[in-house]
Design a protein around this ligand. Structure first.
Ligand SMILES: Cc1cc2nc3c(=O)[nH]c(=O)nc-3n(C[C@H](O)[C@H](O)[C@H](O)COP(=O)(O)O)c2cc1C
Length: 384
């Protein structure tokens, strides 16, 4: 054992949830779980880097080129970093406060986003008006509908019948379909589905935000950031192709030849429920439509929640129309962005939906074996 192993020696470690970012004000070091943040000088970064494994104050002093005697000033500084959660006192390697929790597997990327966007300072509406009011009114609003004026456009039927299924039946029967028949999807149901899922239902006067569309799904601030690209392989009376859905005109704008089954297989990580679907929809988000109003990073959560809202509406409407919906988060974002011709920065892919004429129900009823390795109820002493 080395001479520093006695229990009185303090060891200092930088916890793994400490990150540094380079900002105009300087180097910001923060513990993203506790939320403490400081602008620091470069030698502090050096110190924190050195303490990625436990170090004594003497080792720190030596590393910084100071005398091996720990000055009061250095000790005070170490204590300060310790109270800020940037340095912890531990003899063992510090695995961080999230070690052993459900967040460990998702790593620092997910942890950072989640904790830095937790408990955002929401403003009361008066404060919002005060903060943004005139400024926002004066700024040019991002366009709320995307169109391809040069693209040949199919104007879809306006017979927007959602079927007569009782709502209770729709709720009871909604499920994810992974197998479809060879049948083509009807043009009228597809048209109704597009209109009642993605199209505007009415418009409101939103003061400094101008006129905003409402839809059958709720979306943060009615900012309408979701755009829809429709890959048609088999739809009655509609030429196969890759289209953009023009929400305002209720039309399909032809962009390119349809993606093949092989293309879709590749883009969906070999999921037949996507590659064999007669219709696949790629949803994107036009980021500035949201960021024009919402300036906090938490708004990214709203963007993903909105995609979920529209995804559920798509599933309910498909069910009402007797069609089989599917959805996946497993897709090759960058490739899809490239294939549909969006930049992946200002407009980014967020969701992939599929549609077909449903085949047989493919989920098996539960078995005894499956029940045996299932925990349905948390026991009293289980960790929260
Ligand atoms: C965000 C999201 C991603 C999903 N990704 C997949 C997927 O990649 N592959 C798949 O087979 N099902 C996927 N599903 C479907 C779920 O597995 C399905 O909803 C779940 O098993 C419950 O079944 P149900 O939808 O039929 O009620 C996804 C669902 C959601 C909401």
């Amino acid at each position: 054992m080395g001479k520093q192993s006695n229990d009185d020696v303090a060891y200092w470690t930088t916890p793994p949830e400490v990150v540094a970012t380079w900002r105009t004000e300087g180097i910001a070091v923060e513990n993203y779980v506790t939320g403490s943040q400081q602008i620091v000088a470069a030698d502090v970064l050096n110190l924190l880097g050195f303490c990625h494994v436990p170090r004594t104050a003497e080792q720190i002093a030596e590393h910084l080129g100071l005398t091996s005697q720990v000055s009061d000033e250095l000790q005070g500084f170490i204590d300060e970093l310790n109270s800020a959660g940037l340095l912890t006192a531990s003899k063992d390697h510090n695995r961080g406060s999230l070690s052993g929790t459900a967040w460990e597997d998702w790593g620092p990327e997910a942890q950072y986003f989640h904790w830095t966007t937790k408990d955002a300072p929401y403003l009361e509406s008066d404060e919002t008006r005060e903060l943004y009011g005139d400024d926002l009114g004066a700024l040019e609003q991002p366009a709320l509908f995307k169109t391809y004026p040069e693209a040949p456009t199919i104007h879809l039927p306006r017979l927007l019948d959602l079927g007569a299924a009782p709502y209770g039946d729709v709720v009871r029967h909604r499920r994810t379909y992974r197998r479809f028949t060879e049948d083509a999807v009807g043009l009228e149901p597809l048209s109704a589905l597009l209109a009642w899922t993605f199209g505007p239902t009415r418009f409101i006067d939103a003061e400094v935000f101008g006129t905003l569309p409402f839809r059958a799904y709720a979306n943060a601030g009615a900012r309408s950031e979701v755009e829809t690209y429709v890959n048609v392989s088999r739809v009655e009376g509609l030429e196969a192709g890759l289209y953009h859905y023009n929400q305002l005109e209720h039309g399909l704008e032809y962009l390119a030849e349809s993606l093949t089954e092989e293309d879709l297989e590749y883009l969906s990580y070999h999921q037949p429920m996507v590659s064999k679907a007669p219709v696949v929809m790629f949803l994107s988000a036009k980021v500035q439509r949201l960021s024009h109003k919402y300036k906090h990073p938490r708004s990214l959560r709203a963007m993903y929640i909105d995609a979920g809202q529209v995804g559920q509406l798509f599933a309910m409407n498909s069910t009402a129309l007797g069609l089989g919906p599917t959805q996946t988060a497993a897709f090759r974002d960058t490739e899809i962005e490239h294939r549909i011709g969006i930049d992946g920065v200002n407009e980014t892919a967020v969701y992939c939906l599929g549609l077909g004429v449903p085949s047989t129900l493919d989920s098996a009823p539960t078995t005894l074996m499956a029940s045996r390795h299932t925990t349905l109820v948390e026991s009293d002493n289980a960790q929260a």
